[in-house]
Design a protein around this ligand. Structure first.
Ligand code: PHE
Length: 342
């Protein structure tokens, strides 16, 4: 009997898994197990032997049960330790948190220019991206059969409306709504039906401006443009020149060039060795355009200019492909994460 118990204890100690242990328990301590067998034939024993057998069984049962409990405990602790190890979380790691957004470089430059013009008494106006043919073309002295319509390949919409090809229609709306005297700028998204390449996109950003007052001259225009460019390029002074340029809504119309900021005018690859870089179209508002928006050209006149915000951003940061700007590529955008606080 002693041997039977010893070997049962040895098997409990040797169990490799909780299932093995359970099998030993059933075999030894179960209802049909070894100990039960020893109790069963106790009735046949003499009273003295029966008492001894009883004692023996009780103490055997105690030591088997405690061996079993101890082993079972070890298995449970090991299982728990394994689980804790697998599911372990380092609560001291800093959280991922929300990533703060940043302003797109076009927005940054737009806000900068808005602030500058506001400081000079200009209003910032907004207008619809879906425009009427009248505001985008006719009111700007570009009637239906005018060849100037071909300068701007247009996305036409059903019903005769269109995606605005420039922000000039906002100037028309500004004149209609506010009347003279008027100082306004209109930044915004514009659309042209163009083949896309490194310098052309179907969608880009402009900022156009206009000043209407009494006796506005080309000198006023030049002054505001020089102030604008000095601010954008962070220079004390910039040198500009005007060349004749044709736009139906201005007369005279100009292309404004800036003396090359890279070489200072002596000629380099950036200015294609001319010393000048073409920057923006402008001119004095055509009297016919004023009249169409209800302003008397005998009393009022003004200047207008158009700035390609997209192009300006490309120049400022030496970006060689316009398509980066709307790519949504974070590798590109993250380079412009400067804090802009307003
Ligand atoms: N609206 C013109 C364009 O988009 C730019 C322009 C504005 C030209 C004002 C002259 C004066 O091309």
């Amino acid at each position: 009997m002693q041997e039977l118990i010893e070997s049962a204890l040895a098997r409990i100690a040797a169990a490799h898994t909780i299932d093995e242990l359970e099998a030993v328990r059933v075999e030894v301590l179960g209802r049909k197990g070894v100990l039960a067998g020893l109790s069963r034939d106790m009735g046949k024993l003499a009273p003295v032997e029966r008492a001894e057998r009883g004692k023996f069984i009780n103490s055997a049962k105690q030591s088997l049960e405690s061996a079993y409990d101890g082993r079972k405990n070890e298995f449970e602790r090991a299982a728990l330790a394994g689980r804790l190890n697998r599911e372990w979380v380092d609560l001291t790691i800093p959280g991922a948190g929300p990533r703060p957004g940043a302003l797109h470089p076009v927005t940054q430059i737009q806000w900068e220019i808005e602030d500058l013009f506001r400081s000079m008494g200009f209003t910032v106006l907004d207008g619809p991206e879906v425009e009427t043919e009248f505001h985008n073309f006719d009111a700007l002295n570009i009637p239906p059969d005018h060849p100037a319509r071909d300068m701007q390949d247009t996305f036409w919409l059903e019903g005769g409306n269109l995606l605005r090809t420039h922000t000039s229609p906002v100037q028309v709306r500004g004149m209609e709504k506010l009347g003279p005297p008027l100082r306004m700028i209109a930044p915004g998204r514009v659309f042209r039906n163009e083949a896309v390449d490194a310098s052309h996109e179907h969608t880009f950003y402009q900022l156009e401006g206009m000043m209407i007052d009494r006796d506005v001259s080309v000198a006023h225009l030049t002054y505001f443009m020089k102030t604008l460019l000095a601010s954008i390029f962070r220079r004390e002074d910039v040198t500009v020149r005007l060349r004749p340029g044709f736009f139906p809504f201005v007369e005279p119309g100009f292309e404004l060039d800036i003396q090359c900021l890279i070489c200072g005018g002596s000629g380099c690859p950036v200015c294609k060795h001319s010393g000048w870089v073409e920057l923006l179209p402008c001119g004095l508002v055509n009297p016919h355009v004023l009249r169409m928006s209800g302003i008397d050209p005998a009393e009022w006149n003004g200047f207008a200019f158009g700035l390609g915000l997209t192009r300006l951003v490309m120049m400022r940061y030496a970006i060689d492909d316009i398509r980066w700007l709307q790519s949504g590529d974070l590798r590109f955008l993250n380079q412009f994460r400067t804090a802009v606080v307003r």
